[in-house]
Ligand binder design. Structure first.
Ligand SMILES: Nc1ncnc2c1ncn2[C@@H]1O[C@H](COP(=O)(O)OP(=O)(O)OP(=O)(O)O)[C@@H](O)[C@H]1O
Ligand SMILES: [Mg+2]
Length: 455
């Protein structure tokens, strides 16, 4: 017997029984009802996947039944059986959300094809539901590891904010877990089963940001060969996460402000004013208040973003989290690498506790991943940790040129990556100072950090 239940609804006994007989032969679980009222009773008590219903019945009609089923459970597929030639009936049924319709007398081959299609859709729906559930599971607040009172207080504010539609601004140094918190807020809230659209504002070149956010019409500018739907539109009914919001140029800030005030926007090159319902979360590792003072960030935009403020403290200010995180990452990476690493020597833990983590949790995560991969026993020792930890923060020396592998372009890229990493380490991952030392602008630096996965 197949795991797919079909309910046949018809007030004519012969018709009903012949359909049930056919479906049983095809190994479907079947139920039968002689009226719409009886059908609804059965639907409430059994898990029905598909309803095959006559249109004209005494009592409530097939259409009323269709609408009632759809309001109780939109996932149930309803196939209507209409009288031959009643096209208007069929059209009405499809408008009301029927999966398909059949004209009488019923062609059984046609019926079988429709049922198989409904089975496939049913399968996709349940697969999709499982995927969503596992996404929500992975992004629960419970997966944010901490025992620090400040963090716990902050998470309780975040959890309450998740239940509202208020804009949230998450501030904190690089690698402190801002994105993790943004995801938890989205998935814990009412919009958790709707899309979370993330825009990394620093990674998108300035001149493309507006069209990336709001979309554009065909021919809006050179290169706009086709119409494009923007992130704002994709986030409809869901959440838009503006990461690195401090990097948004003033011109685009104005447009986002208008969007936040009225929920309205226009595609680049478009005339139509569009409206969407979007929840906004923003994050930044820069000091927005200071940017406001320097006239690099609009004050009105800042206040719109900062309805709920969440500040994530750096790891060095909550060192009690280090042992917990170490434990968590050892488990994570020993499973991922299929290596039975159990723990960490006391000496190694002492070193980890003394270090200041300019790259915060991400840096600790990288250190543990490397250590798990490198270590030879089932306990991580101080030799498995980067020398910088014991040597007290001296940036790695730049190695000789032969060291760089690959062809010309690969060598150049590897060298560039090292130079950037070096500058970042030297300045405690302060991007402004690192960029100044390298003699490149910050936007360019951020783009390269993204490109080489240096975070
Ligand atoms: N409390 C935590 N528990 C578990 N993992 C964490 C925690 N905080 C951060 N991480 C992990 O550290 C890494 C960095 O976190 P995340 O990307 O959220 O940081 P971020 O603040 O957005 O950094 P950036 O400013 O560089 O974008 C991720 O792999 C994340 O899973
Ligand atoms: Mg981030």
């Amino acid at each position: 017997m197949k795991d797919f239940t079909i309910l046949v609804v018809d007030d004519e006994k012969i018709q009903r029984e012949s359909l049930v007989g056919f479906l049983k032969k095809k190994k479907y679980r079947t139920l039968a009802a002689d009226s719409g009222e009886r059908a609804l009773e059965l639907i409430d008590r059994h898990a029905v996947d598909l309803v095959l219903s006559d249109v004209k019945m005494t009592g409530i009609s097939g259409y009323q039944l269709l609408r009632e089923i759809k309001s109780r459970n939109p996932d149930i597929a309803v196939v209507m059986m209409t009288a031959f030639g009643e096209i208007a009936d069929a059209v009405q049924a499809m408008k009301d959300g029927a999966f398909d319709y059949l004209t009488k007398p019923i062609d059984l081959d046609e019926l079988e094809v429709i049922i198989e299609r409904a089975e496939r859709l049913n399968h996709l729906i349940s697969e999709n539901r499982q995927l969503k559930a596992s996404l929500q599971e992975r992004h629960r607040f419970g997966n944010i590891i901490t025992s620090s009172p400040v963090m716990l207080e902050m998470l309780s504010v975040a959890a309450r904010a998740a239940q509202s539609k208020a804009a949230v601004l998450i501030e904190g140094e690089s690698g402190t877990g801002k994105e993790l918190i943004a995801q938890a807020i989205h998935y814990a809230g009412k919009r958790g089963d709707r899309p979370l659209i993330t825009v990394n504002c620093a990674a998108i070149p300035e001149n493309l940001l507006e069209s990336e956010l709001f979309g554009h019409e065909k021919g809006a500018f050179t290169g706009a060969v086709a119409q494009k739907i923007g992130m704002v539109e994709k986030a409809h009914m869901g959440t838009l996460f503006l990461d690195e919001v401090g990097d948004i140029p003033l011109t685009v800030q104005v447009k986002l402000l208008r969007f936040l005030q009225f929920g309205e926007f226009q595609r680049v090159g478009g005339t139509e004013v569009k409206k969407v319902d979007v929840r906004l979360i923003a994050a930044t590792n820069r000091n927005l208040r200071q940017l406001v003072a320097e006239n690099k960030f609009r004050e009105d935009f800042y206040y719109r973003l900062n309805v709920v403020n969440i500040h994530v403290p750096p790891l060095r200010k909550r060192k009690e989290d280090i042992p917990l995180l170490v434990d968590y990452f050892i488990k994570k990476f020993s499973t991922e690498n299929d290596k039975p690493v159990r723990s960490l020597s006391k000496e190694a833990m002492d070193l980890l506790m003394k270090y200041d983590y300019p790259g915060n949790v991400r840096e600790l995560e990288n250190i543990i991943e490397q250590a798990v991969v490198l270590c030879r026993e089932d306990v991580i020792t101080k030799n498995d940790l980067p020398v910088t930890l014991s040597a007290g923060l001296t940036p790695a020396e730049v190695p000789p040129l032969e060291y760089y592998p690959g062809n010309f372009r690969e060598k150049v890229e590897a060298f560039e990556k090292d130079l950037i990493l070096d500058a970042l380490k030297k300045h405690n991952f302060n991007q402004t100072r690192a960029a100044r030392e390298l003699g490149i602008n910050e936007r360019n630096l951020r783009y390269k950090i993204q490109k080489y996965h240096l975070r």
